[in-house]
Design a protein around this ligand. Structure first.
Ligand code: GLP
Length: 241
């Protein structure tokens, strides 16, 4: 695993954007695995900036997102589809038809998971998967205790995850209790993984995940077994490593 220590959130975002840019420049038809959450927002901003300067072209890029809440429409302001549109896709020249996010309103979420697995396979797999981390070590929405061998599936969100994400909703009761997420197996099949972490509140889980035992109780700990992981964090998030 490679670790980059950045001074602050902004330089962490810039470093992460550099890594994604390198992928897109070297392979203009890359398949990007993308993530939501507040951590990668600065990275998306930086990529948009370089796109506007003419340094990046997303014309042939394809994307697959990690997860989506069950029950939220694509235009719901807290849906992950909406997040991706407003934070990234609407500002670059990626083909809208080449962007994939699980469908939160699918009548049959299990069938949607199977479809999503086919989408990932059809694209030939993921070249680089961007990941944030939850405070309990979740990646995507793979909560502690999830089997490592799952592909895209429906999960019940833990109370702590619902509480952590409640800040984006009017009230906690509005946070959906279920989500569709790529599984650990799907994530581990990505050819490269870019983990972004920021802030002192992530320091303890970063230490546990990357220096502790590999266990389903800390989903991100499995990343220790991936041959091509880059961890980019600011000094605060990496302070306990
Ligand atoms: C959500 C997302 C995860 C993300 C996590 C951390 O639960 N499903 O993909 O990594 O939040 O979010 P943040 O970056 O805001 O701390």
């Amino acid at each position: 695993m490679k670790i980059y220590v950045a001074e602050d959130y902004q330089s962490m975002s810039r470093k992460a954007a550099n890594i994604v840019s390198a992928q897109v420049i070297l392979n203009p038809a890359s398949v990007l695995g993308l993530a939501t959450g507040s951590t990668p927002v600065g990275m998306y901003k930086q990529l948009i900036d370089w796109y506007n300067k003419g340094d990046l072209d997303f014309d042939q890029v394809k994307s697959v997102n990690l997860d989506e809440y069950v029950g939220l429409a694509p235009d719901h302001p807290q849906s992950y589809r909406y997040f991706m549109q407003t934070n990234f896709f609407d500002h670059i020249n990626i083909d809208p038809a080449a962007t994939n996010v699980p469908q939160g309103l699918a009548a049959d979420p299990a069938a949607e998971c199977a479809r999503y697995n086919q989408v990932i396979r059809g694209l030939g797999g993921i070249d680089i998967q961007v990941l944030g981390m939850g405070h309990n070590g979740h990646i995507g929405f793979n909560e502690p205790g999830e089997a490592f061998e799952l592909e895209t599936h429906v999960v019940d969100l833990q109370e702590s995850t619902i509480a952590a994400n409640a800040r984006f909703f009017e009230k906690k009761e509005d946070v959906p209790s279920r989500a569709i997420t790529m599984g650990i197996k799907s994530i581990m099949q990505a050819r490269q993984i870019l983990v972004v972490v920021s802030g002192e509140d992530k320091a303890a889980i970063v230490k546990t995940a990357f220096t502790g035992p590999v266990t389903p109780l800390v989903p991100a700990s499995i990343l220790q077994m991936h041959p091509n992981v880059v961890l980019v964090g600011d000094r605060a998030a990496l302070s306990k490593l």
